[in-house]
Design a protein around this ligand. Structure first.
Ligand SMILES: [Zn+2]
Length: 145
């Protein structure tokens, strides 16, 4: 997944991903409120980051599929370094394991939570932050069921 070169535009958000054929659905699904994750239509395994060929069964029948959008914090780090001028710090970069399948994880940023309140296992749900034509999938705590 390529990242665009940082632009010193003072926009206060991290560099946006470059949209490519394989990752476009993931970065734009938020426009419809959907967390779109690649899923193999042959063996039904989820695949992230997006890839054109299933790593489990080598099928090319990989389809962007709406995930449930909930998960738990698998690991996290508190970042005190602003990626961009004007970006608020500290912020939490987390690996979230999605509820759709054990081991299906993505790297994201947490929002709506103080860094001191983040813990492994924290239940979270996706929220989208739009920048230009990209909807960044961020995660925020959800109430315990
Ligand atoms: Zn497969």
């Amino acid at each position: 997944m390529g990242m665009a070169s940082p632009q010193p535009d003072g926009s206060g958000h991290p560099p946006l991903p470059e949209l490519e054929l394989d990752n476009r659905a993931f970065w734009t699904g938020g426009g419809r409120g959907e967390l779109l994750i690649s899923r193999c239509a042959a063996c039904r395994r989820w695949l992230h980051p997006p890839v054109p060929v299933c790593r489990y069964c080598l099928s090319t029948d990989v389809i962007s599929t709406p995930a449930v959008g909930t998960g738990t914090v698998f690991s996290f780090t508190v970042n005190h370094q602003p990626w961009m001028p004007g970006m608020a710090v500290p912020f939490v970069v987390a690996v979230v394991e999605l509820d759709d399948e054990p081991g299906l994880r993505l790297v994201t940023r947490l929002t709506g939570v103080e860094p001191a309140d983040v813990r492994v296992g924290l239940p979270v749900r996706v929220v989208f932050e739009q920048h230009e034509d990209v909807w960044l999938p961020l995660f925020t705590p959800r109430e315990a069921a």
